[in-house]
Design a protein around this ligand. Structure first.
Ligand code: PEP
Ligand code: MN
Length: 360
């Protein structure tokens, strides 16, 4: 697969060479947009994001304010000098966004999964003389080809200011992430299209404001070209994605930590910070795996209930423990540690299965 020749930078890259985009999940009112834009611009953020049309999973959810919100974005742009970015899912959205002065449009994860929809947007872009910059989120499913195909359609429409956004992939069952990141997929994109900037959306990966910084710094450590972070003047009042939005002050704190990493901080403390971030990442993976394991053991509990089997199966337990100790020994882990660990894990599984078995 060939690279995309002659790409040009997305506007709004900051002096450190990163593209930092921030703003609310949804544009909710003129006041909210002016408030958040004023705070972000004062903190040096160059690009304001907001959703105008929101693809909601269930009917009846907040579907965005629609075209009127574009006027609020234009007002915020005029007042602060920020560039503006919004999601488009149809040619009508695209035309309305461009007519109101939006600088960057992005194709959302659900739309990116639909080649018909992407092609319609690409056809509309072909006919536009002053093309906006375009960012394409990864499709909801972990399919690098579908993502690359969507980017190819937009590139073929003549768009040269083009970027990709990793926002994680749909998860089913318990996960600490709302959309689990699969870093190997953006890496594959980078391998195939080396000149394409790729930024990370830690807000939609995390789904939880407390996790946003860990994901954002992992992305920057892995060489992503920037971040798009949901930021709201009052996250708990937000009409969509309230759990994952940061306040402007929290965003600035997060960015200060990132800048620290590449500043004149002594080498040993930089290294320490990087190792700790790595440990944080691994611990979050362990948590995620533990939650997945408990889910599966609940499924097993259902089968045991149907077939009137007992929750505790001593032979299976003994085999499992012996196998884990032997495999762990190959990795330099002591049988004492592994026995303690798997005794706890297994006890919790059995406790959960007993709950299921006792349900009427
Ligand atoms: C968004 O950025 O607000 C959004 C809806 O994102 P995604 O398409 O990644 O779900
Ligand atoms: Mn959102």
């Amino acid at each position: 697969m060939a690279d995309f020749p002659n790409l040009q930078p997305i506007p709004g890259i900051d002096p450190s060479g990163r593209l930092i985009i921030a703003g609310p999940c949804s544009a909710e009112s003129a006041e909210q947009m002016m408030d958040v834009a004023g705070q972000l611009a004062a903190g040096g953020i160059g690009v304001l994001r907001a959703g105008v049309w929101k693809p909601r999973t269930y009917p009846g959810g907040f579907e965005g304010r629609g075209a009127v919100a574009l006027e609020w974005m234009a007002q915020a742009k005029a007042a602060t000098g920020m560039l503006t970015a919004t999601e488009v899912a149809t040619p009508d959205h695209l035309h309305a966004a461009i007519d109101s002065g939006i600088d960057i449009v992005w194709i959302g994860a659900r739309t990116a999964a639909d080649p018909f929809a992407v092609q319609e947007i690409a056809n509309a872009l072909s006919d536009i003389e002053n093309k906006p910059a375009v960012m394409v989120k990864n499709p909801v499913s972990p399919d690098p080809d579908l993502w690359i195909g969507a980017l190819q359609r937009i590139y073929a429409a003549g768009v040269r200011r083009l970027a990709a956004i990793h926002r994680g992939f749909t998860t089913y069952g318990n996960s600490i992430y709302r959309n689990r990141p699969r870093w190997s997929i953006p890496f594959e994109l980078r391998r195939q299209i080396p000149s394409l900037p790729i930024i990370c959306d830690p807000s939609h990966i995390a789904g939880d404001s407390k996790l946003v910084e860990t994901v954002a710094s992992a992305a920057i450590d892995m060489g992503f070209d920037g971040l798009i972070i949901e930021t709201h003047p009052c996250p708990e009042c937000a009409l969509s994605d309230a759990h994952q939005q940061l306040t402007p002050a929290q965003l600035f704190e997060l960015l200060r930590h990132l800048r620290h990493n590449s500043s004149a901080e002594p080498a040993h403390s930089q290294l320490l910070r990087q190792y700790r971030q790595h440990i944080d990442k691994i611990d979050h993976q362990l948590l995620d795996l533990l939650a997945q394991r408990m889910n599966i053991s609940a499924e097993i509990g259902q089968i045991k209930k149907q077939h009137e089997l007992s929750a505790m199966q001593p032979q299976r337990y003994a085999q499992m423990l012996a196998e884990r100790c032997a495999s762990g020994a190959d990795l330099g882990l002591s049988p004492e540690l592994l026995t303690k660990l798997w005794t706890l894990i297994h006890e919790e599984s059995v406790r959960r299965q007993l709950q299921i078995l006792s349900q009427k």
